[in-house]
Design a protein around this ligand. Structure first.
Ligand SMILES: NC(=O)c1ccc[n+]([C@@H]2O[C@H](COP(=O)([O-])OP(=O)(O)OC[C@H]3O[C@@H](n4cnc5c(N)ncnc54)[C@H](OP(=O)(O)O)[C@@H]3O)[C@@H](O)[C@H]2O)c1
Length: 327
């Protein structure tokens, strides 16, 4: 089968090599999936650099999430059959024609949802839903500040925040990205390239402040957000796309009774699979009711997968970029 191989860490998307390799066989508890589409993630770039929390051994095929058809079952798998349409958290392998996933991290994909939308779904929506609902306990009527709001996870936080009844303030870089965040339902947008963030936030929320801060970016945006945190605010740490991991002066948390909440969605697949499964049931229900609309800024064929990853890493995408097989 065809797959993009990373043979050495530290070489970025340009180091990937399109190769002909043996299709992988499912081990116990795994399913093999003929990939219809694969979602590209910022974390793919971190994995290629060896800077992600999970360290791959080389050579490996990147690709964390796929939609496709089950083509083989490992021993002990009873929840799926060959031919089932699924979405799955593969961990790796999605930049190839066949990928493996634990059956426990595979979910049935409703017939009416295509591969591209399916592959754009698991990580972005799963992260934002579990993060906002389970960890940050976002309540209707609260104010939610979303940083990096036009990105993969950020945009779903905007959409889900509105769906959960919050007032959503979205921060993005440039008018076009702000327009995308507004399209996902943001009540207010702030262009971080043109406006003083703290000043604008203070004008919008006044002394009441912001109840929940969703932060996939870190750095200066995190600092600005903390300045407008409400009494008993919750700050949800999603990621550090800016490359700058914030250092927090603990006295700032103490005086306003602020919770800073670490959140790694992938850990739930292993440690609390029932919590992840519950969240997926809710999300797929909302999706089938037409209440979620995945935003995909570009779809690339397998041959152009590294280009798609560069779009994400160089801040040229909004929402998701997806690899579609046979395109
Ligand atoms: N905790 C979890 O379980 C979890 C799950 C999924 C993702 N993540 C993390 O969340 C972060 C975002 O992931 P994603 O897939 O949504 O990525 P993405 O689509 O590239 O979004 C990242 C956003 O961050 C903003 N950004 C600000 N400064 C940046 C910089 N110097 N370089 C790149 N982007 C910058 C960009 O928005 P502007 O251009 O508008 O500033 C961009 O839209 C990553 O750190 C990822 O590892 C964590």
């Amino acid at each position: 089968m065809k797959a993009w191989l990373c043979n050495a860490l530290g070489q970025g998307p340009d180091g990937l090599v399109l190769s002909d390799i043996e299709a992988p066989l499912p081990g116990p508890g795994e399913v093999a999936i003929r990939v219809g589409a694969c979602g590209i993630n910022f974390a793919d770039g971190l994995l290629l650099e060896g800077r992600y929390q999970a360290q791959p051994t080389v050579p490996f095929v990147p690709g964390l999430e796929v939609a496709g058809t089950v083509v083989a079952l490992g021993t002990g798998v009873t929840s799926f059959r060959v031919g089932d349409r699924v979405i799955a958290m593969t961990g790796q392998g999605g930049y190839g024609e066949i990928a493996l996933a634990p059956a426990s991290r595979t979910v049935a994909l409703p017939d009416e949802i295509g591969w591209v939308e399916g592959a754009a779904f698991p990580i972005a929506y799963g992260t934002s839903h579990l993060g906002l609902a389970h960890r940050a306990r976002l309540q209707p009527g609260e104010t939610l500040l979303v940083l990096g709001a036009s990105g993969g996870v950020g945009l779903t936080a905007v959409e889900l925040g509105k769906l959960m009844g919050a007032r959503v303030i979205a921060v993005a870089n440039g008018a076009a990205k702000c327009a995308v965040a507004a399209g996902a339902g943001a009540d207010e947008t702030i262009d971080s390239s043109a406006e003083d963030l703290v000043e604008r936030l203070r004008a919008l929320v006044g002394p009441a402040g912001v109840d929940v801060i969703y932060d996939p970016v870190g750095g200066a945006l995190f600092d600005a957000g903390l300045k407008v945190a409400a009494f008993e605010a919750r700050v949800l740490l999603i990621g550090f796309a800016s490359g700058d991991v914030p250092r927090i002066a603990a006295n700032r948390l103490l005086v306003k009774n602020v919770d800073v909440i670490g959140f790694y969605w992938g850990a739930y697949g292993e440690r609390r699979p029932e919590v992840m499964a519950d969240s997926f049931r809710t999300l797929i229900g909302w999706w089938q009711e037409g209440r979620l609309r995945p935003h995909i800024s570009d779809v690339v064929p397998l041959e152009r997968a590294p280009e798609g990853l560069k779009q994400v890493l160089e801040r040229r995408s909004t929402g998701k970029v997806v690899i579609e097989m046979g395109r």
